[in-house]
Design a protein around this ligand. Structure first.
Ligand SMILES: O=C(O)CCC(=O)C(=O)O
Length: 252
């Protein structure tokens, strides 16, 4: 569980590192699944935005009760999992993730989510750990992004450099198995991996069911972001669908 201080830290900074790690056996299983996954789908060697559309074997790890309890402390008792991604960032030539806010990509209204970012390998500055801009979520507003479709990036929406101060970045150096939670408005990104160690991570994307997963908006956003979220399957993790508008139909 998160302590009161950790919840306060999340509110103030937009992220928190709980005192929690997944079990060694779960970590080993995730590593094996990730290796098989990238072997089967080499086009996702750097990044797969919609993991569960290809491999539902990861789902078990998105339901870990301790994780769901911590997410509840942040976004309430009624929660849906709406996505999971793999940032595999291989050794020597792992791609950059540009500075961005997740909300720019996501068709959830009101825009409210909590991401759990799981380190599959030790994450260090050398191998391109995730970086957060503490407090950049506070206005709860999206900043303008520009589109960059170069192949050096995992994602194509980038915030311009005048909107943040790189010197203030927090480097999320955590051990394999540890997690961080972050807000949908926080500015974050990660550098390329030129080290000899991979920097794999899996994200778990949860939303409060008081928000709606808007499939029409997803189709509109797809034109810009290139990420296809119209067909996401939502999984009710806790409570009920407060909005009454989300559907939990299994989609491919
Ligand atoms: O793992 C990374 O390098 C990027 C993660 C990210 O952008 C996210 O979790 O939204």
């Amino acid at each position: 569980m998160l302590s009161d201080q950790q919840i306060e830290f999340y509110k103030k900074s937009g992220f928190v590192i709980p005192d929690f790690s997944i079990s060694d056996s779960d970590l080993m299983e995730i590593r094996e699944l990730q290796e098989k996954f990238v072997h089967k789908y080499p086009e996702f060697k750097d990044y797969c935005s919609t993991l569960l559309a290809y491999e539902t074997g990861f789902l078990r790890f998105l339901k870990i009760p301790e994780i769901i309890s911590m997410v509840s402390q942040i976004i309430g008792e009624n929660i849906a999992l709406w996505n999971s991604s793999l940032f595999s960032k291989p050794a020597h030539n792992g791609l950059t993730t540009p500075w961005h806010q997740d909300g720019e990509y996501w068709p959830i209204r009101p825009l409210k989510t909590c991401t759990v970012w799981l380190a599959i390998d030790d994450a260090t500055i050398e191998n391109g750990c995730l970086q957060y801009m503490p407090g950049s979520h506070l206005k709860q507003e999206l900043i303008q992004h520009k589109t960059d479709n170069t192949s050096k990036y995992t994602l194509n929406q980038e915030i311009t450099a005048d909107a943040y101060d790189e010197d203030k970045a927090f480097n999320l150096e955590i051990k394999a198995g540890q997690i961080a939670l972050h807000d949908v408005y926080i500015i974050h990104g990660s550098k390329a991996n030129q080290s000899s160690n991979p920097r794999r991570s899996m994200t778990m994307r949860y939303m409060p069911t008081s928000s709606v997963f808007d499939r029409e908006l997803a189709a509109e956003m797809h034109k810009k972001t290139k990420i296809q979220h119209q067909d996401r399957t939502l999984f009710l993790m806790k409570g009920v669908d407060l909005s009454g508008k989300n559907d939990f139909i299994q989609r491919k």
